[in-house]
Each structure stands twice: as C-alpha cells, then as structure tokens.
Design a protein around this ligand. Structure first.
Ligand SMILES: Nc1ncnc2c1ncn2[C@@H]1O[C@H](COP(=O)(O)OP(=O)(O)OP(=O)(O)O)[C@@H](O)[C@H]1O
Ligand SMILES: [Mg+2]
Length: 353
C-alpha cells in the first residue's frame, strides 16, 4: 500500500514548562482515513495537530509522515494543508488571491495558477465569489475559501482544527456533510480536531479520545460508542451520555439501587465495586421497576428525555414522545440487561464479560 497520507506518532511527550500537555501519545493514521482527535477543552488535541504540522516539536517521541521521520522537519517539508477555526484568510486579498497564495509561495508558474484556483473554488462551490474580499463573505463562504486554499496544493494530508465551530448550527450540519464528501472525493487523509462528540461520531472513520493529554481510546465510532474502554470515555460519548450508577458485582449478579439483576456473564470470583453504565435509550418504564422520581422532562421533538432521580442519582431516560408525566411523579424503570456496561469502580476500566 502507498504510504502517502500515513501518519504515525510514537511515544510523544510534550511539556510546556512544568506542565505536561501530552503523555505517551501513540497514533497510526492510515492513508485516506478520516481521523478525529476528540476530547474536552485543554486535553491536548490542538497540540497534537500542531506537532503533526511541524508548528510544535515534541520533547520525546517520533513523528512520521508517509513513512519518513519528520519529527524536526519544518512545516513546509511535510506536504500538508491546515484549516483553522478562524480560517486565517488574508483580509486585503481577494478570494482568488487567497486561494492562489500557497501556489505562489511554491513558485508554481503563473499560467497554471488560475485554472487550479478555479478548480479548487468549484469543488467548494465559491467560484462565483473569486473577486470578493473575505470581509464581503458570510462565515460559511469564508470557511469554504479556507478549504479551497487548503485543497489547491493537492496535498495528501489535511489537518483541520475545529473548522466548523464558527458556523451556526444549521450550516455546521450541512458543511459537515460536504466536508466528508470532499475528503472522500479527494482521496486524502484528514485529521480533524473537535470537542464535539457528535461531529467526531458522524465524520470519522476512527477517532482517538483524549483526556488530560493522554489517549484513552482509539477506535471506530461504533467501537467507542458501544464498547467504551473507560468511565471517562463512556461519560463523554453520546448525547446525552451514558448514565453511570454505583453497583456491586457478585458472581453473575449485579446489585444496583437495592435490586439484583442476573447478568449473562461468567461469575466473578469475589464481589467487587463497579460502576454500571446504561444509555438513556436502554431504560424502560415498567411497573415492576425501580421507583424513580421525575425531576424534569425535556421535550426533544421526536422523544422525551426524562430526568429521574433514584435516591440521589440522576438518571436520564429517553422515552416515547407521548408519555405524559408530571414533575414529582414516581416512574418505575428497568434496565435492558444486554445493554449494561460494567466498569471497575476503582480504576474506571471496562470489565469484559
Ligand atoms: N504554548 C503553550 N504554553 C503553555 N501551555 C500551553 C501551550 N499550548 C497549549 N498549552 C496547554 O496545553 C494544554 C493542551 O492544549 P491544547 O490547545 O492542545 O488543547 P485542546 O484539546 O486543543 O483544547 P481546546 O478544545 O480548548 O482547543 C492546555 O492546558 C493548554 O493550556
Ligand atoms: Mg484546540
């Protein structure tokens, strides 16, 4: 297989003064993959991306692009294009000049530049705006101008740092689809930084979930959603995320909120404290269930999100839109046994069946 567009990070550590921003980061991003770096604010996503771009150097570790060690190579030697949250367009240049800029820097012959600029502009649907300046464009058009400037050089690797976050909600959803189509049609690798788990879930072939400068899990959206490795990931993925409740695992029995649930699993040798995870859509209202008190129900249009308290624990339940309940009502609930996740209460690590 061709190595173009492959990115490998091995044992990356990065400190800013006494603060450790990245701890032992390992990544292997495949050619033509759409790979998301997901995590909360300050978790090290941008630092990782800047390191791949050559805007930052690691204290330890190796970075390879297309099979070549680029750990200390300058950005210009890496055949990458980067798109930032703020677009970083040149305000005094027209759209045409902005898109042409990277080609001019590469000393591409003048007569080749115009057709390539038009071609790039067409791919993102702004070829009718080439004469305008960035200040005369909407946010979405500026964003596409930044994309056109990135694709005009035809690099094999795109680095994108929250490129949609300045767009309003509707335009963000629309542009998300276009971005994915564009990446596929160009046959390029995209590394995409976001703190929005829905964006990562919908766009990425695979993702790495960062917390506090460490990667907690790498996997497909499906793997990360359905088999989170840790409480941290479980609590971050999903909207709303998984409910987490303290429980006791004894043999193959799970004791939670005064009830005993028989699990289909091999028994544990000794009883242990666990955290039980269950998604809001895997809880049923059932007359024989655990009594919970309705705190508030939120209308989500196609469903209703019930905020219930079992004792002092808040549990979110996605219910049918036509359930009619009042705040303070007692709502008995049961958990779908096959959808229960278990985590070691001490370490936060997933317990397999
Ligand atoms: N140049 C710097 N000097 C000192 N600390 C820095 C520097 N750059 C980043 N950091 C720190 O490193 C940590 C990771 O920053 P980074 O920008 O990678 O986070 P992020 O995951 O991209 O967050 P966000 O979602 O808010 O953009 C943060 O705590 C940040 O304050
Ligand atoms: Mg960032």
């Amino acid at each position: 297989m061709t190595q173009a567009g492959r990115v490998t990070l091995r044992g990356i550590n990065k400190r800013f003064g006494s603060f450790t921003a990245l701890k032992n980061v390992d990544l292997d991003i495949k050619p033509e993959e759409f790979f998301a770096l997901l995590g909360p604010s300050g978790s090290g996503k941008t630092t990782t991306l800047r390191m791949i771009a050559g805007l930052e150097t690691p204290d330890e570790g190796v970075i390879e692009i297309a099979g070549k060690d680029v750990t200390f190579a300058p950005p210009g030697d890496r055949d990458i294009a980067m798109v930032f949250q703020n677009y970083a367009l040149y305000p005094h240049m027209t759209v045409r000049e902005n898109i042409a800029f990277p080609l001019k820097m590469e000393k591409v012959p003048a007569k080749e530049i115009e057709p390539r600029v038009v071609d790039a502009a067409k791919k993102v649907d702004i070829d009718h705006l080439l004469h305008r300046r960035p200040g005369q464009l909407s946010g979405g058009q500026q964003q596409r101008c930044a994309l056109a400037r990135a694709i005009v050089r035809q690099p094999k690797l795109f680095l994108l740092d929250e490129p949609l976050s300045n767009l309003d909600a509707q335009l963000r959803l629309q542009t998300r689809v276009e971005l994915k189509k564009l990446q596929r049609s160009l046959n390029v690798t995209a590394i995409y930084v976001t703190h929005d788990q829905e964006e990562a879930m919908t766009l990425a072939d695979r993702m790495a979930v960062f917390f506090n400068g460490e990667i907690m899990q790498i996997g497909t959206p499906d793997e990360v959603f359905n088999r989170p490795d840790s409480i941290a990931v479980a609590a971050f993925i999903g909207s709303p995320p998984m409910n987490l409740l303290p429980a006791q695992l004894d043999g193959s029995q799970l004791k939670v909120e005064g009830r005993t649930i028989e699990l289909d699993r091999k028994p544990t040798a000794t009883p242990m404290a666990v955290t039980m995870g269950i998604r809001p859509s895997h809880i049923r209202i059932d007359a024989d269930g655990i009594p919970a008190r309705l705190y508030l129900s939120e209308n989500m249009g196609e469903s209703v999100l019930l905020n219930l308290y079992i004792g002092e624990h808040l549990v979110k339940v996605r219910a049918n839109e036509n359930v009619s309940l009042d705040d303070g009502d007692i709502v008995p609930i049961t958990f779908d046994v096959n959808a229960i996740h278990l985590f070691d209460a001490q370490t936060g690590i997933r317990i397999e069946n």
